[in-house]
Design a protein around this ligand. Structure first.
Ligand SMILES: [Zn+2]
Length: 413
């Protein structure tokens, strides 16, 4: 049974979410939307205003009433509560300080040394994250005069997979083994005793970010993150399967060619082994004209898009094959779980029209067309920004009590 404080916290969150996701809304409209009485909405809104989560503002879009006043709306308070989002990426690590309500980044700092924030030794990641967080927090607080910014939580977002039950994680791109991942999680608990910390997977956060920004709360969709590796986040009736742990699906390891090359997972012919960015150079090296072969080492989707646009044969072939492999993997996905929408995210968003047209044609050829015709495939937004918005939104929605926002704890996935 839900206790009174739980119901109150859920209602506070519902009000906060509705205001943040609409940008500005009147108390009356909020009461109608959330099916709560106007007095209840007023009590909840006043508590959120007192807590620095919301403020009142004259609605800029509305005409003045006869009495000469514009209607008052509730809007997110955007300069009080922050969430730090640490991005652990194989190409470089950084930390964004984002507004808790909107997920908009207000400052970005590098975690690793050097211009790209690259961290070679995964054992140093946590230590560097802690020192970056502490330095940035003390610098930010010394810069503030009357303003009382507060940090609600730290989210660590990584490329990999989490195992919340056994308290461990793995990341091939960051070269973190299960064992090392277990150590990182137990040290996180020690290093950040006084803080609410969440450890999440990047694909899940970006998918959650799409859900928030595209208002997909009730929909069934799949967010497919194409980059160095390939992952997916599956959302059913607005609920992300496996939460932010990335453990509900290993979409990149769907076999699309049993005779294909060996994959990093140990299998053969996985979608990731054929068409992720890490596999591209190896796969198309012999087709690239000899003169520019060396310059193409580390071939990316962006390179494919650029070279296929000018009609270079090898690049056109690579884009087509990537689209065909994507279609085969998605076909498997549709047979298991038929989403209304498939969003392509990560570096894959640059693949463009040639790729999308071919995928559409392939999917239209499916024999169970009645299912596939429901599915719309689109390109997603800016992945780093979506990760910020998704991580902050997920943290607030799942782990922060707005009635008691500073409760420390470690949350995995
Ligand atoms: Zn694999």
């Amino acid at each position: 049974m839900k206790t009174q404080p739980i119901i109150k916290n859920e209602n506070l969150k519902a009000v906060y979410q509705a205001v943040c996701r609409s940008g500005a809304i009147s108390r009356a409209a909020l009461a109608k939307k959330l099916r709560l009485s106007k007095p209840t909405i007023s009590i909840l809104a006043d508590e959120l205003i007192k807590g620095g989560f919301l403020r009142e503002s004259a609605d800029p879009g509305e005409q003045k009433s006869r009495a000469g006043r514009k209607p008052i709306c509730l809007v997110p308070q955007t300069d009080v509560h922050r969430i730090a989002v640490a991005h652990w990426r194989s190409g470089g690590c950084w930390m964004d300080f984002v507004d808790a309500g909107t997920g908009i980044c207000v400052e970005r700092v590098r975690i690793g040394e050097g211009p790209d924030g690259h961290v070679d030794d995964c054992r140093l990641l946590l230590q560097l994250t802690r020192s970056t967080f502490e330095e940035a927090c003390s610098r930010r607080s010394s810069m503030q005069k009357d303003q009382k910014e507060s940090i609600l939580a730290l989210c660590i977002v990584l490329e990999g997979m989490l195992d919340p039950d056994r308290k461990r994680l793995i990341s091939t791109p960051l070269r973190i083994s299960w064992e090392e991942g277990g150590r990182i999680l137990s040290e996180t608990e020690k290093y950040f005793r006084d803080l609410c910390v969440g450890i999440f997977v990047d694909t899940a956060c970006a998918g959650y970010g799409e859900m928030i920004t595209q208002h997909l709360e009730e929909r069934d969709f799949a967010y497919i993150n194409m980059g160095d590796g390939i992952g997916a986040s599956l959302v059913l009736h607005g609920k992300m399967l496996g939460g932010a742990s990335g453990s509900a699906t290993q979409f990149g390891h769907i076999c699309v060619d049993p005779d294909g090359p060996r994959c990093r997972c140990g299998g053969y012919g996985c979608f990731e082994a054929l068409s992720s960015e890490y596999a591209l150079y190896e796969r198309y090296r012999d087709r690239i004209p000899a003169g520019c072969r060396d310059a193409m080492n580390g071939l990316s989707y962006e390179d494919l898009a650029r070279h296929s646009e000018t009609g270079e044969e090898w690049a056109v072939l690579a884009v087509n094959e990537t689209a065909d492999n994507f279609s085969k993997a998605v076909r498997n996905l549709i047979t298991l779980f038929c989403p209304e929408l498939i969003i392509i995210g990560g570096d894959g968003t640059v693949l463009g029209e040639r790729f999308m047209d071919r995928v559409e044609k392939n999917l239209n050829r499916l024999d169970y067309l009645f299912m596939a015709s429901k599915v719309k495939t689109v390109l997603g937004g800016d992945t780093d920004q979506l990760v910020d918005i998704g991580a902050a939104g997920y943290m607030i929605d799942h782990y922060i009590s707005l009635a008691d926002p500073y409760r420390p704890g470690l949350h995995i996935g």
